[in-house]
Design a protein around this ligand. Structure first.
Ligand code: SAH
Length: 354
């Protein structure tokens, strides 16, 4: 197979590596011709990542606090309209127990993620965050609880939350509208991300790879958005159809496109904390390892109680729904070691290098 890069592709790759910035048309060209550039980009991305984070991979303990959601995102298995989804909500005590167990296992970041469940008001969440921070002051608390008011984000921040993950899902307005019901808005999603940043959170955005109606141009816009927003974290993983959603018959995103984009994102914003996601591990048995080898530096094993694991089903065949937290932890550690990296017991904050 001939994999020599043509001149334009070579120039674009070089520019990306040096400047971390391309025009929309250049991103689009790079995506369309990625087969010829992927190896080179992965090498450059790994080099950049090593120069900042060495061979360390950060662990985040994921606690899925509720599968109850008021939203109706077309792609998501726990959307409001899915009557077949089994719903659960952890009690504050269960959440604290998960964090305690995680702490024993060496986790120093806890991610509380869930559907937009009206039960979790600020009055309920703030004491939970305060108690996690009281018991484990050396840990970071990350929230991933969807769209809330600026006032709410502020209260949660004051209670001790350090980081917030809110994928933008797509930076193209029309595409956003095809993935979400009418009552959800692109502008509000973006407003949330801006508010979170202004309030001093470490902020994560992100998108699904291969979501229905995605094009090379919508992806180019995602990359441009990342370039401009400079998120501290960026979660990308393949779209995987869920059988009880209107997108059941759509095809999943691919490993090759996801790993390519991980490399590009690393080069756009070298210090970014970039997870090799569970979705990536779901579409390929070595997906997460390949994500790390493309430039990712974070993995997020599941700490949710075994009894609810299967019920937080965003997509089909989700990984690790039958394992204890300790097993998940061990399995991932071995996987990371097998490719020459090491998982570390640290908060793993972003290193601001430029
Ligand atoms: N309710 C929170 C957390 C959402 S779940 C929020 O709105 O931010 C976390 C992420 O899972 C979503 O942002 C979405 O990008 C991803 N996701 C949802 N359904 C998916 C699917 N079918 N395939 C792959 N990823 C999916």
């Amino acid at each position: 197979m001939k994999r020599d890069m043509n001149k334009r592709l070579n120039d674009i790759t070089e520019k990306l590596n040096v400047e971390g910035s391309l025009s929309l048309e250049e991103y689009e060209y790079l995506i369309a011709n990625r087969d010829e550039a992927r190896e080179k980009l992965a090498c450059l991305a790994v080099e950049k990542r090593k120069s900042i984070y060495g061979s360390e991979v950060f662990l985040r303990g994921l606690i899925e606090i509720s599968s109850i959601c008021r939203n109706d995102c077309i792609y998501c298995g726990i959307r409001r309209s899915n009557r077949n989804a089994e719903r659960y909500r952890l009690t504050p005590e269960q959440i604290l127990e998960c964090a305690d167990e995680g702490y024993e296992l060496g986790f120093r970041t806890f991610v509380l993620q869930g559907g937009e469940d009206g039960f979790f008001t600020d009055d309920v969440l703030c004491p939970i965050i305060e108690e996690i921070k009281r018991r484990h002051p050396d840990c970071a608390v990350t929230l991933s609880l969807g769209e809330r008011s600026r006032e709410s984000y502020e209260r949660l921040k004051n209670a001790g939350a350090d980081r917030y993950l809110l994928r933008h899902e797509t930076a193209d307005r029309e595409h956003y509208e095809r993935l979400h019901p009418k009552e959800m808005s692109f502008d509000n999603r973006m407003r949330c991300l801006r508010d979170l940043k202004e309030l001093g959170y470490q902020v994560g955005c992100g998108f699904m790879v291969g979501s229905p109606y995605q094009t090379d141009m919508t992806l180019a816009k995602d990359l441009k958005f990342i370039e401009e927003f400079k998120p501290d974290m960026c979660g990308i993983g393949p779209f995987i159809p869920h059988h009880d959603t209107p997108f059941a018959a759509h095809t999943a995103g691919t490993l090759e496109l996801t790993t390519f984009l991980l490399s590009v994102i690393r080069l756009i914003h070298p210090p970014v904390l970039l997870p090799a996601t569970t979705a990536l591990g779901t579409i390929h048995p070595k997906g997460r390892e390949m994500g790390i080898l493309a430039g990712a530096n974070v993995v997020m094993p599941n700490l949710s109680p075994l009894s609810v694991r299967k019920k937080y089903e965003l997509y089909d065949n989700k990984l690790c729904t039958g394992e204890e937290a300790a097993e998940c932890r061990k399995c991932l550690e071995a996987r990371i070691r097998s490719i020459g990296y090491e998982t570390v017991c640290k908060r793993g904050d972003i290193k601001k290098c430029k």
